[in-house]
Design a protein around this ligand. Sequence first.
Ligand SMILES: CC(C)(COP(=O)(O)OP(=O)(O)OC[C@H]1O[C@@H](n2cnc3c(N)ncnc32)[C@H](O)[C@@H]1OP(=O)(O)O)[C@@H](O)C(=O)NCCC(=O)NCCSC(=O)c1cc(O)c2ccccc2c1O
Length: 267
Amino acid sequence: MRREDFTDVGYRVEPGGVAVVTIDRPRRMNAFRGRTVDELISAFKYAWADGEVAAVVLTASGDRAFCAGGDVKERAETGGYGETEWGTFEVERLHRIIRDIPKPVIAAVNGVAVGGGHVLHVLCDLSIAAEHATFGQAGPRVGSFDAGFGSAYLARVIGEKRARQMWFLLETVDAATAERWGLVNAVVPAGELLDTALAWGRTIASYSPTAIRFLKHSFNADSDHMAGLSNLAFAGLDLYAHSEEGMEGAKAFAEKRPPDFTRFRRS
Ligand SMILES: CC(C)(COP(=O)(O)OP(=O)(O)OC[C@H]1O[C@@H](n2cnc3c(N)ncnc32)[C@H](O)[C@@H]1OP(=O)(O)O)[C@@H](O)C(=O)NCCC(=O)NCCSC(=O)c1cc(O)c2ccccc2c1O
């Protein structure tokens, strides 16, 4: 998709070789629909192809949310995430391009990062949080799960116990705790977030791009088997999300009521 046609995502290149990709759906807490994912993938392709770009900052509009994951209202209304360029919802491809682009990606987390939005920052090479940012998973409440990078790589980053705590209790983690857990690299005042991310990007841009490229691939190599796990997980999610149990979670969110999963318990 051409960037002139973007509606959900902003893309610009700042002086010093840093591309800034901005999720721009603040009225939905920057939740993504299919089109948003298509545009994010295209934005990362622009950054990949541009020889002037040495690092990418991923952030979002406003100060409330980085990304609230999949657009649950869209899903509750239509059963899916809306129209896409190829008719497919390409979140897995987005995960892959954040990992595969041979330039470091820095998440500038400007608010809530939850569900699939939390997974996006986890996949970034570096994360900087605003002091008010919060972090969490939501899938088991709204009829979803990310049992690929969203669970396995999260456990790699913060450890098994904490990853299980995030997915099983769905508690919100504040920025100070996130830093203590190693979930983010730094916490800064909200007014300094973007400048800090740009400064980190420019620092990276001052180093050898070939060395940085090899290092990123090297860091990825040991966890790349999780891509296979991710294929399995998203195939399962596709079946589950459309099921009665999966849809109960999405409908409950849209109707502003607690979900009732009791009838789906099994031995
Ligand atoms: C994000 C919140 C914690 C914020 O809570 P807060 O109290 O600050 O604000 P509100 O709840 O009043 O929200 C303001 C406004 O935004 C709307 N909104 C919030 N999140 C979403 C969302 N995800 N989708 C659509 N709209 C959203 C909210 O309804 C309000 O609108 P009003 O009109 O009422 O003003 C809290 O809002 C929250 O917990 N949100 C839901 C988080 C969530 O469940 N996310 C989805 C998880 S599942 C997922 O991300 C996912 C990812 C994938 O990659 C998938 C891939 C393939 C299939 C499925 C996938 C999938 O489901």
